[in-house]
Write a protein that binds this ligand. Structure first.
Ligand SMILES: Cc1ncc(COP(=O)(O)O)c(C=O)c1O
Length: 348
């Protein structure tokens, strides 16, 4: 087993806090298949309240949350979903989408921040005349955009895309795995983003610090059908209140401290940019992710992560760069250790 002094590979590596562990130990539970786990139900109600949606469904992973939402909107095999090519649904989940729902994507390339525009979406939704065979069932957007470096989607851009989609009678799903990071960075309420989405999913298991779980949010009818799909996908996870209890703590405590992760990511980015000129633009770091280009070191990203690992620093390779993600288990001292490791890699 690999172990790191400072683990910056992802914000999914966090350990439950003492408050979460206590809540988990004390959780009141029932059978979630029957809908009678009171702690799951409380978490779902709280998620619906925070997002301003009628209802929510608690599921084991972000992938399952997205796949349930996609299945809800997708009408039939042979139709398409519009998404940015490197977004999680169209890249990591492309096979899940194909196997579980027969989804193929019509991709629309975003800019360096992963942003696609309303005009691009309008063009992607144009009727396919004269052939009349290509039908788009859904537009799927991601906020923050993971592959683009945790960048935040402007709520005005989201609103403009939603308007174009509504004109074409096509729903919008938002993969908001890190929507709370977006909200903290932009000052825009999560509910304001959610209001521009027919369905929205978010993870409690990422920046919010819970060990497991994601929520799909939408209207009551969607969530009734979503529950059926969740069960079909093997997501009826019985006494899941044990983990929902940690999710409730994460929802209350997590958002209050995400700004610290963003500040630490900014500090790390500024230092790496100084140590390895040309590796990154510190101004591009908007939330908790730092992506560094290793070309200026004449090393591959994998060679750099290996050298960082020799010094106990965990980083990953994403989009051809070294990715480092700050989270609740990363302190100021940890950031300084990571910076010292970069100094030593650059000197060697
Ligand atoms: C943007 C985004 N969406 C969805 C997911 C899937 O979440 P999970 O790993 O819980 O399946 C991830 C995972 O990293 C992600 O970054």
């Amino acid at each position: 087993m690999r172990s790191f002094r400072v683990d910056l590979r992802s914000d999914t590596v966090t350990k439950p806090s003492p408050a979460m562990r206590r809540a988990m130990a004390d959780a009141e539970v029932g059978d979630d298949w029957f809908g009678d786990d009171p702690t799951v139900n409380r978490l779902q109600d709280r998620a619906a309240e925070i997002t301003g949606k009628e209802a929510a469904l608690f599921v084991p992973s972000g992938t399952m949350a997205n796949q349930i939402a996609l299945r809800l909107h997708f009408r039939m095999t042979g139709h398409l979903v519009v998404a940015e090519p490197l977004s999680h649904v169209a890249s990591t989940e492309v096979m899940s989408s194909a196997v579980l729902a027969g989804i193929a994507y019509r991709t629309v390339k975003g800019d360096h921040r992963g942003r696609i525009t309303a005009d691009q979406v309008r063009a992607a939704l144009e009727p396919d005349e004269p052939y009349d065979v290509e039908v788009v069932d859904l537009v799927c957007l991601e906020n923050t955009s993971g592959h683009a470096g945790g960048t935040v989607m402007d709520v005005a851009d989201l609103r403009a895309i939603r308007k174009v989609a509504q004109e074409a009678d096509v729903p919008v799903h938002v993969d908001g795995a890190r929507i709370f990071n977006a909200s903290v960075a932009s000052g825009v309420d999560v509910a304001e983003y959610a209001a521009e989405a027919d369905t929205l999913m978010f993870c409690v298991s990422k920046g919010l610090g819970a060990p497991i779980g994601s929520l799909v949010c939408g209207n009551a009818e969607q969530m009734r059908e979503g529950r059926r799909i969740k069960i079909l996908y093997g997501g009826a996870w019985r006494q899941a209140g044990v983990v929902a209890a940690a999710g409730l703590v994460a929802l209350e405590e997590g958002p209050k401290r995400l700004h610290e992760d963003h500040e630490r990511a900014a500090r790390l980015a500024a230092a790496v940019a100084e140590i390895v000129p040309g590796s990154l633009d510190p101004g591009s770091v908007e939330t908790n992710m730092v992506f560094a280009d290793t070309e200026p070191l004449s090393l591959t990203p994998l060679e750099v992560t290996d050298r960082l690992e020799e010094q106990g620093i965990g980083a990953s390779v994403v989009s051809g760069k070294v990715r480092m993600v700050t989270h609740v288990d990363i302190s100021d001292e940890d950031v300084e250790s990571a910076i010292a490791a970069w100094r030593s890699v650059a000197a060697s």
